[in-house]
Design a protein around this ligand. Structure first.
Ligand code: AHR
Length: 660
């Protein structure tokens, strides 16, 4: 019988004895017996364009359907004759024209009939968020066919239709020309829209109508939303996995993620429907497309900015098995494998190579130092392993140093999982991605998941984890404290097994409060602000206190995996000479804990305690109350190598003690 079960039995039989035992839990941290290195990749980020994470989210473009390539080409644009807009409908008309071939072959033709002032509005991604005294950079391509349009006024308008910032352009060319202007806003407005008013009469054609805040991450023109990237940077992530998720696979093969179509000139990137657009009947998002303004070059750049290892995941020739499950025949896999080769060359190749040259042309002659590549996202069954072997053999033959990340499918147990485990062991897989979307109780009960893991087998990438308060993909799931706390308990288990667990990431990462499909998510945002969930702060406390060596922390010479509702793990940081102990109290009562340090040098007299807790398991953070659950930091005195602490109910504590 496992320790946990024995303790449970004991608790039921002798509750009063347990009560007194609860008051004195003796933990021993043995610094002299490091177990393993903590991998720099231990705590990372999973990025997928779901919930408006890219378009409408981190990619700061404010104009929706800027290039008129949506399936409904005027989606996002409101015309005078639409029922949402009551201006004179005879003043003009806008139609979308398709001309020529190529990824961006639609544009808008505007015919202005009279001087009443024809207007066209872009509604943005659930509106546009603008901040007082900020600058917004406008750009568009146009050809003023008849030369009769004398001026286009661009105004950001508030919810009452009042202008809160404006500029104008006189389009002076009959051929396609790019125009750029900026405008400054004088008030903050979460629900702004962009209105174009035309002066003169005649015909003008426009494309790539775009508006970006000037204040982006690192000040890059047409770049990423600063507050959202900052939240990522604050996690100090060890890796960035991209671009998903099921988005890698596509609902059909045709709609899979094809990285080559996401690089180069933004205007030439082929927009496709986002697979989450119609995935859930309860959260239909018909206006969700992928512009690929955030494409593979930008992902690599973001990873570099964050100091994280890039971890791209590629299609293995199988569409999502929850959808069509379309398969590329085995004898037609070559182009897919070639995509992997070319990606490695794009990331690491010299500038003289075909793909290395493209990277250099995009402004990054230095390699991105790609070390990992994932093959397939959440595939299962023999078809996956047939294909995985082809990729693995080919990549290893050409690029032996590239580490292959394989998958175990969508579930952390059951038939598919067991089959995958067997196959992956035979294949000598290097790193394997496991997904855990389970109730909070599962996370508490599985804190010992890797305690008896076969140390001769592959390393673990806990690639997608998130406690589900209701059920997988239920729209009622909440990022509440109960879920976050259970994840904290589980993460002590991952950290305690850091000799086999090499990477971990919560999923999904982002969600727009008005545009989400899937909940729970690590970070929520609207068009102006963003906040980290309690789950975010759990991940952050682990990630920013990762240490470099795993050291044992024990209770009666056993790992802490829920005895008396306490879970613990411990690391040593060779850079700061700190001993870092993470302790979770998942119970409703205080816990008195005594910690003894074995093998430690003299300890400084003051320790640091990061505490994350709430009395309410249902508590959540929100736009209105973003720090309802957030860590507090306190100092405490310590004498010698022993300390006593009282852990509040429902708490995660990170205790840091520095050697003198
Ligand atoms: O994180 C949301 C989805 O969950 C991912 O796309 C997929 O890998 C998993 O099923």
């Amino acid at each position: 019988m496992k320790i946990k079960s024995l303790l449970l039995l004991f608790t039921l039989l002798f509750p009063s004895v347990i009560l007194s035992a609860q008051t004195q839990i003796q933990l021993t941290v043995d610094v002299s017996k490091p177990i393993a290195n903590i991998q720099p990749t231990m705590w990372g980020i999973f990025f997928e364009d779901i919930n408006f994470a890219a378009d409408g989210g981190i990619y700061a473009e404010m104009v929706k359907n800027r290039s008129f390539e949506f399936d409904e080409p005027l989606m996002g644009w409101i015309q005078p004759n639409s029922d949402r807009h009551s201006l004179n409908e005879n003043s003009g008309i806008a139609t979308v024209i398709m001309e020529g071939q190529g990824p961006n072959n639609h544009f808008i033709r505007i015919e202005v009939n009279n001087s009443d002032g024809y207007e066209l509005i872009n509604e943005g991604f659930r509106s546009m968020g603008v901040k007082a005294d900020n600058t917004y950079n406008l750009s568009f391509n146009a050809r003023n066919l008849s030369g009769g349009i004398t001026k286009i006024n661009f105004q950001l308008i508030d919810q009452n239709g009042q202008s809160i910032g404006e500029t104008c352009v006189s389009p002076n060319a009959e051929e396609w020309k790019t125009y750029e202007k900026s405008l400054t806003t004088d008030v903050t407005e979460e629900k702004a829209r962009l209105i174009l008013t035309f002066e003169g009469t005649g015909v003008i054609e426009m494309d790539m109508i775009s508006l970006f805040p000037e204040d982006t991450w690192m000040g890059r023109p047409k770049g990423l939303r600063k507050d959202l990237v900052q939240l990522l940077a604050d996690l100090d992530p060890g890796f960035l996995r991209f671009p998903g998720g099921c988005i890698v696979e596509g609902r059909t093969l045709d709609k899979r993620y094809q990285w080559k179509k996401t690089i180069g000139n933004i205007e030439d990137r082929e927009m496709i429907i986002n697979r989450w657009n119609t995935e859930f009947a309860h959260r239909l998002t018909p206006d969700y497309f992928q512009s690929f303004g955030l494409g593979f070059f930008e992902y690599f750049q973001l990873a570099e900015d964050l100091g994280a290892e890039p971890l791209p995941i590629l299609s293995c020739g199988m569409a999502c098995q929850f959808n069509t499950g379309e398969l590329v025949p085995m004898d037609e896999l070559d182009p897919y494998v070639q995509d992997a080769f070319d990606l490695i060359e794009f990331a690491n190749g010299q500038v003289t190579t075909h793909w290395g040259k493209k990277r250099a042309e995009m402004g990054h002659p230095q390699p991105f130092n790609l070390k990992y590549i994932g093959i397939g996202n959440e595939q299962w069954g023999p078809d996956y392993f047939d294909r995985l072997k082809v990729f693995t053999n080919a990549i290893k033959a050409k690029y032996p140093d590239i580490i292959i990340v394989s998958g175990t499918g969508p579930f952390p147990d059951g038939e598919y999982f067991e089959y995958a485990k067997k196959e992956l062991k035979i294949m000598n897989a290097e790193i394997v991605d496991e997904h855990y979307y389970r109730p909070p109780e599962w996370f508490l009960e599985n804190a010992d998941r890797y305690n008896s893991y076969d140390r001769d087998s592959y390393k673990i990438f806990a690639g997608e984890y998130a406690a589900q308060s209701v059920a997988i993909a239920s729209p009622d799931n909440k990022n509440n404290w109960q879920c976050a706390l259970s994840e904290a308990a589980y993460l002590t288990g991952l950290e305690r097994n850091a000799d086999v667990v090499y990477l971990t990431s919560y999923a999904p990462l982002f969600a727009h409060v008005d545009g989400w499909q899937w909940t729970p998510d690590l970070i929520w945002f609207d068009n102006l602000t963003s906040y980290g969930t309690p789950n975010y702060y759990v991940q952050k406390l682990f990630s920013t206190n990762r240490g470099t060596k795993l050291v044992p922390v024990t209770f009666d010479a056993q790992p802490l995996i829920g005895q008396y509702d306490v879970y613990a793990s411990s690391v040593f940081d060779e850079n700061s000479n700190e001993i870092i102990v993470k302790v979770v109290n998942s119970g409703s009562a205080d816990k008195s804990v005594n910690i003894s340090l074995k093998g430690a040098k003299k300890i400084k007299k003051e320790g640091v305690w990061h505490l994350l807790n709430s009395q309410e398991l249902t508590a959540v953070n929100s736009i209105e109350n973003p720090m309802e659950i957030a860590p507090i930091e306190k100092q405490f005195a310590i004498k010698g190598k022993k300390l006593s602490l009282t852990l509040p109910p429902y708490s995660l504590s990170v205790i840091k003690l520095a050697e003198d």
